[in-house]
Design a protein around this ligand. Sequence first.
Ligand code: TUI
Length: 307
Amino acid sequence: MKTRITELLGTEAPIIQGGMAWVAEWHLAAAVSNAGGLGIIGAASAPAEIVREQVRKVKELTDKPFGVNIMLLNPNAPEVAKVVIEEGVQVVTTGAGSPAKFMADWKAAGVKVIPVVASVAMAVMMERAGADAVVAEGAEAGGHIGSTNTMSLVPQVVDAVKIPVIAAGGIADGRGMAAAFMLGAEGVQMGTRFVAAEESIVHENFKNKLCKATDIDSVVTGLSTGHPIRVLRNKMTKEYLKLEQEGAPFEELEKLTLGSLRKAVMDGDIDNGSLMSGQIAGMIKEVKSCKDIISGIVSDAEKLLKI
Ligand code: TUI
């Protein structure tokens, strides 16, 4: 499957991994890259030196291209932005804001920049700022989301920009990939599918919960605070949504979610943890290797697209 995305990234498949906080660490990133996709280290809230270590570990495990995702709400984002240049990282994806102020330095260093956007306006702004491609992420996705769904967002972004578009949100098999291509996308980004990868360091309890989830098991918390986050329903979300309905102040809500992603991913606390996951969780029934995930999706999509 050759598209402008495989050409830009130098990967075999036009598939990139989401920059999921805690989940997207060096084991997973290297496994996705070695399987022919673009593995991504999620810098999330990590200090810059930790990101540097992660980058070096991926380099030890693969000669294939990989990238770093910079979460723009991270106060360390300016330092992480420098580390990716110093370490010669080839691709940066960004989330939860505009990376415009870092763009000139990245472009000057030859870093390929792929902002994740949740609206047409942000996609156009990123193209003007020099982005090489955009990820158009619909609200089916896990974690921090916008409000437009993938089916509506992707074709509108494709029509609004000339740079290639990668679709995200609700994609976990060949049918999803083929559908995204019919909407004009030239690549896909997947997060939830890789949470349940063999090589993902996510606690077994979280992976089991994901494999048992149904189509209606995710909810969106934080609509009242301006930080909507899609997660699997559990004890924590029940309390959170009740508090939100009662108009609880931000500080009280924050107490419930502080450190909750770590609890889910590392400790396997499926009751109190934040089980960030997309709506497609209901379709994911088993843990598979990154190689099986990527080769299966590509061959199914090729059949459907008659490539
Ligand atoms: O970034 C994500 N997903 C994430 S980041 C994250 S860590 C986090 N934890 C707690 C609270 C907040 C974040 C978990 N999941 N996806 C990419 C994405 N970016 N989705 C939506 C956006 C986005 C939103 C607004 C991109 C740009 C944007 O621009 C607003 C502006 O005008 O700056």
